[in-house]
Design a protein around this ligand. Structure first.
Ligand SMILES: NC(=O)c1ccc[n+]([C@@H]2O[C@H](COP(=O)([O-])OP(=O)(O)OC[C@H]3O[C@@H](n4cnc5c(N)ncnc54)[C@H](O)[C@@H]3O)[C@@H](O)[C@H]2O)c1
Length: 357
């Protein structure tokens, strides 16, 4: 395949972030990935709001726009699709794309129910097509340093309590279209927690509830304790209406209250803000382990965009297709994250420890 002709479904804010790298146009994509980005061509764009699709075509190119994603699925010229719609369509569009022989790059969360997760994992197994979830934290510079330095943590502590209260009018807060802030946004940090833990979950016990919202079906606060299958443990604190203003600038030098800490017998690594930055601390002799640095604020050194790794996501997807490589975040990773959050909700509702099969 010389070029990857991309169909875009959902022409809103996040698709802009990815499409800015198509054709190798982003100065923030690394040199190593630029050759793959150059081979991505925006070919067709779909949105229920045609004006949005047309605005994207003006900005990023494309042969046509449509308000019917089926046109992309049945178009033999479309090699791969980028799905950046609201969450209730993610599973159905994933399955249609895979059935139609298209590779898929999908924004998080991959799916909203366990059944959808199972169906997507099975469809990827069956079709052998590339399926990548755009879990951005796996591309963060700080997160990659913590993963490299502390590969087998005994304890992984994840914090994702955000500032403010998400408006009830936001589609992401709608129980059907979005699933609420924890599924919509906390999923980034849940994925990062699993990425750093390097293990499947065995069980979770969570407390939580609806403290800041009017809908009883969208849990907005979760405090979870996790046991991983490799014997290590973890914690996840998620939700909105949170503690961010206490965290702003102190003690962390960033405006984002997302962080994950990995601890392994006197070696600690903390990655901050979607995995952009990192800190290390050691209590073991230097002969055993010397942290690479005390603190790196990549988002100041390199700028927010490079530190975030966001300009690497679409180019990485292209490389996986062109070189037949396994994506860095697969359908199995997407399913684990959705399943984990749903089991946190179940535990908080029932008061029981929930085990993973
Ligand atoms: N990785 C990140 O940091 C990050 C940040 C924001 C959003 N996101 C994710 O990106 C995705 C899109 O979010 P957004 O902020 O761009 O939302 P958005 O509302 O700006 O864009 C979504 C677009 O999808 C269109 N759409 C909705 N339903 C559709 C359907 N059935 N068929 C075709 N088009 C449809 C809407 O008209 C809209 O143009 C979501 O999965 C969201 O969670 C990720």
């Amino acid at each position: 395949m010389e070029r990857i002709r991309l169909g875009v479904i959902g022409c809103g804010g996040m698709s802009r972030v990815h499409l800015a790298t198509a054709g190798g146009k982003s100065p923030h994509t690394s040199e190593a990935l630029r050759p793959f980005a150059e081979r991505v061509e925006v070919y067709a764009l779909a949105d229920v709001d045609l004006a949005r699709a047309e605005a994207h075509r003006q900005a990023y190119g494309g042969e046509y726009v449509t308000d019917d994603p089926e046109r992309l699925f049945s178009d033999p010229n479309v090699d791969a699709v980028l799905i950046t719609t609201w969450h209730d369509t993610h599973a159905a569009y994933s399955l249609r794309a895979l059935e139609s022989g298209k590779h898929v790059l999908i924004e998080k969360p991959m799916a909203m129910t366990e059944r959808e997760c199972d169906d997507i994992v099975a469809a990827v197994d069956r079709t052998k097509l590339k399926y990548m979830v755009a879990f951005r934290c796996r591309f963060g510079r700080g997160a990659l340093d913590v993963k490299r330095e502390i590969p087998h943590p005994k304890n992984v502590i994840a914090h994702a309590r955000v500032a403010g209260i998400w408006p009830e009018t936001s589609w992401a807060q709608d129980p059907v279209k979005g699933g609420g802030q924890i599924l919509s946004q906390g999923c980034h940090i849940v994925d990062l927690m699993f990425f750093l833990a390097g293990s499947e979950p065995e069980s979770v016990y969570a407390t939580g509830g609806v403290f800041h919202h009017s809908r009883p079906d969208v849990i907005d606060t979760i405090n979870a304790s996790i046991r991983f299958k490799n014997g290590s443990v973890g914690a996840f604190l998620g939700g909105d209406g949170g503690t961010a203003n206490l965290m702003l600038g102190h003690p962390l030098p960033c405006g984002c209250p997302f962080w994950v800490m990995a601890v392994d017998q006197g070696r600690s690594g903390l990655t901050i803000d979607h995995g952009h930055d990192a800190r290390f601390e050691s209590r073991v002799p230097e002969a055993e382990w010397k942290p690479p640095y005390d603190q790196k604020i990549y988002s100041q050194e390199l700028g927010q965009e490079r530190a975030s790794g966001l300009p690497e996501i679409l180019p990485t997807f292209a490389r996986c297709i062109l070189r037949d490589e396994e994506p860095p975040a697969t359908a199995v990773d997407g399913a684990r994250t959705t399943r984990f959050i749903l089991k946190c909700f179940e535990s908080a509702r029932t008061g029981r420890v929930i085990r993973f099969e």
